[in-house]
Design a binder for this molecule. Sequence first.
Ligand code: NDP
Length: 447
Amino acid sequence: MKNNIKAFLDLVKERNGDEPEFLQAVEEVAETVIPYIVKHDIYYGKNILLRMVEPERVITFRVCWVDDSGEIQVNRGYRIQMNSAIGPYKGGLRFHPTVNMSILKFLAFEQVFKNSLTTLPMGGGKGGSDFDPKGKSDNEIMRFCHAFMGELFRHIGPNTDVPAGDIGVGSREIGFLFGMYKKLRNEFTGVLTGKGMSWGGSLIRPEATGYGNVYFAEKMLETKGDNFKGKNVVISGSGNVAQYAAEKVLQLGGRVLTLSDSSGYIYDEAGIDTEKLAFVMELKNVKRGRISEYLESYPNATFVKGKTPWNVKCDVALPCATQNELDEADAKALVDNGCICVSEGANMPSTKAAITVFHNAKILFAPGKASNAGGVATSGLEMTQNSLRFKWTREEVNTKLKDIMSDIHKSCLEFGEDEDGYVDYVRGANIAGFVKVADAMLAQGVV
Ligand code: NDP
């Protein structure tokens, strides 16, 4: 078995040697899926996984725009159309200076499995730009988004590829992107998700990734006869996913101790309650400030510069910022401090070594492709509502989101339960996600 996995990974490395994040994501999938393929004749010998690691299409393009001082700026735009076996490509756009081919390919690859797990008909894709929205005026953001869509519009469409938000792309950016798509195509369709409520957006979409992550963690805790009541929860990030994860933890009776951004984390021993969270939402979403400014209103909290919050003692950890933000030493600190559950809101926030620590300690651990799938699932529900030209109520969407997270949890149990009863959610999510896509690819032949 080891030889099969090594031979496969060597080949992928040979072709993608300078893409570390992509190789990390492929390795995690290969180690759990290849043993399954070997045991199942219908998949064996068909190079299914080799086909899945090769994007169906990669688009890169120039994005030129003029900043407020009249300077011409040049950025790079990308769209990775990874796999369309079970539906149109679907996945977010990330605007961040670190964006490159490796990061977008890892995200697109993860997205294929995640979208499959939702049970909705969505293929996998991802895109974005090395554009840094930090410190830019609203007008600069608008000009950049319009320029970006000035090329992307050729490659997407409601039945082809439906982008959404990700890091650096929230409702403001989706609005500007949608406006330009509509102008260029002269049609009003559900080509993007995460739209505003008055122009085709779905209720609960902004909350969906964070809420979904907490619903998933709740399901994991339930397997131990436990729940969020009274639990101390450490959260990283303070963006879309972190904010709504915090909101749902509070609703379920937990205590939120930390939030962070790329400059450091805040620790509030008294707990970040609903009022304090509203302050954070205003600070981050409207004023576009830094998390350290929390202390100006709540001076009893502490700000730890340049660090992640994993040394803070907690029962549950929700990494909701970015990839590889939680390493082996962080994982050991969490386990040593008694953490019983880690549920990823971000994509691939835990390193491979960190996941091994969680598995060895036999604590509950959910990989992002399962636990953060609520965002794209609700995007799928937004697409359905757009097609029907209909709007479900908040309660209807929330119930569907909860049901989907519960079904994903069940799929993980189906493929991830060990003989001793421990659930390897990584294996469960990878195999469950793989099976549906692989079956569709086999049915469609070699294309
Ligand atoms: P936002 O842009 O709203 O927030 C990102 C947060 O993460 C910010 O607090 C940001 O801090 C922090 N962050 C970003 N990069 C780093 C870094 N290198 N080190 C430390 N902190 C960092 O993004 P989202 O909340 O939407 O996304 C967060 C994660 O969740 C990402 O991994 C994304 O792929 C994933 N995700 C998002 C979904 C969604 O629906 N939005 C769906 C599924 C997954 P700062 O402001 O300083 O940059």
